[in-house]
Design a protein. Structure first.
Length: 196
């Protein structure tokens, strides 16, 4: 009889509780019996995520919750061509990775989280009964949140709001997101290696 595969404990560290919960929903749907996801620290926002207090709290949280992997979720708030913002985010990630003993895996949203939702625009449109069109790579959108909000302003469900992100992720086709979102495809490959 084959041994039951180990359930990988995935700590989530993000700048928005909405984004963190959405990634939890998306990953747990795809890797149902392989992972369990939980927030490493509660009630974080973009402003507090960079604080020395949060960085000091990370080793304590890791010792208490024992994650195998820590996914660090950030928005670039710029296009991928913005080298200044990329360096700032990379420096932050390197600091977090040191604090969590090298267990961190980076999920950097280009421009922001909503680019990931736009990667499966068919599922998004079906949910909101909208007709949003995304020309090509969703990571090339400047302010994808505004694009989705504008497209759904007349939706019977109401306009998209960032606190809808987990509900939207429950409808997304994971393979479609991987196919259409370059940064998520890279993340997915790295995450699969951690699960192997």
């Amino acid at each position: 009889m084959a041994a039951k595969p180990k359930v990988v404990r995935v700590g989530l560290l993000g700048e928005s509780p909405n984004d963190t919960e959405a990634i939890k929903v998306l990953l747990q749907r795809q890797h149902t019996s392989r992972i369990t996801c939980f927030p490493l620290l509660e009630r974080l926002t973009g402003g507090t995520l960079d604080s020395a207090k949060v960085l000091r709290a990370l080793p304590v949280a890791c010792a208490r919750q024992r994650p195998d992997v820590v996914i660090v979720i950030r928005d670039l708030d710029a296009l991928a061509s913005n080298q200044v913002q990329l360096r700032l985010r990379q420096t932050y990630f390197d600091r977090v990775n040191r604090e969590v003993g090298g267990r961190a895996l980076y999920l950097l949203h280009i421009y922001e989280f909503e680019a990931l939702l736009a990667a499966d625009i068919q599922s998004f449109n079906a949910l909101y009964k909208s007709a949003c069109k995304i020309p090509g790579d969703p990571t090339q959108l400047v302010d994808p949140k505004k694009v989705l909000q504008h497209a759904t302003r007349k939706s019977p469900r109401g306009a998209y709001h960032e606190n809808h992100s987990a509900a939207v992720c429950a409808y997304l086709n994971y393979e479609q997101v991987v196919k259409n979102c370059r940064y998520f495809r890279e993340f997915d490959a790295a995450f699969a290696q951690r699960l192997a």
